[in-house]
Design a protein around this ligand. Sequence first.
Ligand code: F6R
Length: 607
Amino acid sequence: MCGIVGAVAKRNIVSILVNGLLRLEYRGYDSAGLVVVHDGKLDRVRSIGRVAELATKSANTYGELGIAHTRWATHGVPSERNAHPHISRDLIAVVHNGIIENYEELRTDLTEQGYEFTSDTDTEVIAHLIHSHYAQGSLLVATQMALSRLIGAYAIGVVAADNPHQLIAARKGSPLLLGVGEGEHFIASDMSALLQVTKNVVYLEEGDVVEVNLANYRIFDTQGISIQRPVNVSQLNNDSVELGEYQHYMQKEIHEQPQALADTLESVCNSQTMVPGIFGAEATAIFPQIDSILILACGTSHHAGMVARYWLEEIAGIQCTVEIASEYRYRASVANPNTLVVTISQSGETADTLAALNHAKVTGHLFTLAICNVPESAIIRQSKLRFLTRAGPEIGVASTKAFTTQLAALFLLTLVLAKLRGRIDPEREQQFLHELRHLPSAVKKVLALEPQIAELSRNFADKQHALFLGRGLHYPIALEGALKLKEISYIHAEAYPAGELKHGPLALVDKDMPVVSVAPNDMLLEKLKSNLQEVRARGGELYVFADANTHIKEAEGVHILQMPEHAGFLSPILHTIPLQLLAYYVALQKGTDVDKPRNLAKSVTVE
Ligand code: F6R
């Protein structure tokens, strides 16, 4: 999604801006732009499409102060005129992440004041608003006055043509940080954009406004009071993420799952017992107090939460609800102070999940745990307890290794709580630990099915729709399989608990409807088999991912992909793999942009 980079230095900062944007590319965008202040003028370059094009167009640009942006369209189509930075009367330039909700009203006001709009964006009102106050004060004061009129979410960077060594930045509802260099400073929406120049970072807090100069910076809180924020040393490293032998990041990331799981489980698998401390020092005191779990997340991370509900209730005997973050954040819910609120997020910056976390706190929840893949993300910083999945950078927009490592983390949470609540004895604990140690190699075995899945995928290339079925613990896996297929192959896919089929979706089944079923060898197998008969009887083509010994036979219209033996409670992790591969190979057949599917962004930092 949108990305911001800004710099003030005593050297040409154009390549810093462009390289920063390149690091943010994977988040998804449709256009890019930058502006530098040079000789008392704003020099702006914008392009639709890739940052590489912006790099070419700006090759001869020079400036020691500038801001840059990758845009993911919200207000107005992707086009050069809508790309940021937006400029007001050749004086003020602004880049913006987020959404200004009252922009129409502001636009009307500003038009009446004589401002002309050249884009369809909500951002342009910010540039004109700042301009309208600039004559009365400094760039800082003009920005603060403009911000006081905005309703919505923003992270912004601002420069003025007549102010060659200063930039102003502010955030509310969208992430932004300040990079501290020697005699130079930077801003960015994500630390990865700044690793090329500094590791020293100040995380701006909600409502902060910062005046950034060459030699120093000043931060002001929501009240306009000057405050200090700690300078942290980022632990991220700047290694570029190479594709290696793979064709796409998604394929690479699917194959990285054994290692990602091994890394995520490392601390536990190397010890003889599980302790609450793996979720943070305070977990030892907090976990005994909790009597229920509330999981908040979006998309794939929400599916991970849905699997965890089955584990938490069955193994740990603790009541669990799972809610989509964008719904929860606007619901007047009743808080139970003994609930553990668990947010799950790959990026740790998802606007809805972050807002849901804050909503939970405001509603009265005291205990919060983040399960997240990005160490220095907002969700991690704003939660009391944390567990870092160690999937490594996930570049493909479709989440794969983040999902399975989230499941591993949630399984650990289940076991720790189960132990605390006296639901598992030491022998069972050892058995679970053994299964976890074995998990990476079990995943490797499933990955070996890749050629067969590639072959199977050919049957999907000309299909418009697909149904996915699962039951129990594997229903969320069917949901995840359908999500993967729709987001990267653009085939319309829906998932149902198999028992629901005859309550409606069966009407859709005919010879053109492939039906994909997750078939673990568990206690619901016989029920599932009956559901599959219902499909076959209506001419539906079945693709069954079946554990060993399920005795589901290959036949006309019934394609079997033979999985290893049933993996018990960890089975959802193994059954995810072939569905990821299926989506990947169908997308290859369809020739879509696998790693950057249309209309989607990696990090959804706006509502
Ligand atoms: C799907 C996908 C999305 C994300 C969702 C939440 O493949 O990646 O559905 O899972 O946008 O993102 P995070 O986990 O970063 O909060």
